[in-house]
Design a protein around this ligand. Sequence first.
Ligand SMILES: [Zn+2]
Length: 451
Amino acid sequence: MVRITAYGGVDEIGGNKILLEDRDTRIFLDFGEPFGMAENYFVDFLKPRDRFGLRDYFHFGMIPRIKGLYDADWLEDTDMKHVPPEFDAIFLSHMHYDHARHVRFSDRKIPVYLGSTADTIRSSWEFTGASVDFREHDYRTFRTGSKIKVGSVEVEPIHVDHSVPGAYGVLVHTSEGCVAYTGDLRVHGPRADMTREFVAKASKERPIAMICEGTRVSDTDKREVLSEKGVEDRVKKLMATHKKLVAVSFYPKDVDRMRTFRDVARASGRKFVVSAKVACLLESLKGDKNIKVPDPMRDPNMLVYVRTGMPRPYAFEKQYMDKLGSSDHVVDSEYVAKHQNQLIYHTDFSQLAELIDVNPSPGSLFIRSMSEPFEEDDVQDEVLKNWLSSFKMDFHQAHASGHASKGEIFTMIRAIAPGVVIPVHTEHAELFPRCGRKVLRPLPAKTINIS
Ligand SMILES: [Zn+2]
């Protein structure tokens, strides 16, 4: 009997924590943080007290109480006793917070498997002082083609296309047959061929179960969704006769979107200006032969923006600040202000104040170009609107999702033809029976037996 228990990602988008057990082997597929995790009890500066480990998380049921999973440090000030690990491995499908962030709580003796590109992204985060510290673990990397034996199971990761590089679906070969897990995926992105490869391999295995994401499985998929190429075409059209600054905002780990805007810059004779943090991620990925990323310090159509007057800059930012004046690839607000009609300027919400010095001339474009459903925030949207109207900027949107549509998900399920479908990472599991296969809706922390 193979047992599957979802501790997160049930009737919600994100927070996947899926336990798969076969005989005595116990592995987790993803270990993410739910998007809305703390919002009922914690907001703004009111945060769980990490100095007491998991005490506040347990109190509000924000994280499951599972024996033999968490590190001694995190349990010290709680009513749960630390015992030696009772899990064999954690596999991360990709480095989005909602799939990976809670790994920081896990026992450091439990190996954490992730794609090698995903591991580069993890280290780059640590370097750029991102708000999450994944902490030291026994990280072990894989690529497509790897077969990882853990107890009675063999895990076979296969790359998929998603809005972050280094994303995988996995086939878990158990003693009862194969269980396929999609992670997050799409078939309209620039590397749709990778997702198709996953689907082809999975269908060959005739899986006994398929744990399937359903972010966009809904009868009202409200937001218009373009392909990556569609984003490029839309932006080119918006810019065709435009003679002022073009500012863009998008998820700063979406490497495909960076490439798209670099391409638009090249086609329009402009330069694409990215923040030091984005530049740092691109530079750390350039050694990875398997993905093509633009090099911001060499690409003739790219520049790196540094904030001036930073009293204590992070090391990653300082390395670019030190080159201001000596490298023609590093610029500041004064340069952007003077060359508005020659630039595409990337900004994100937390750096909006830089616009005060950039001083976009009235009628400049602001293009919001998202890839994930969670990037919407009513309060931020209101504030952004106020900023744009104060600068008299012209607001447009061009989104390409990181996720397959309902129709694409159902086509994928039919092609793989699993014995049973277990929908996760969705708010509409009730729609899955329309795919024509047997569906078992998971309940939080309730085990599903599969044989
Ligand atoms: Zn994702």
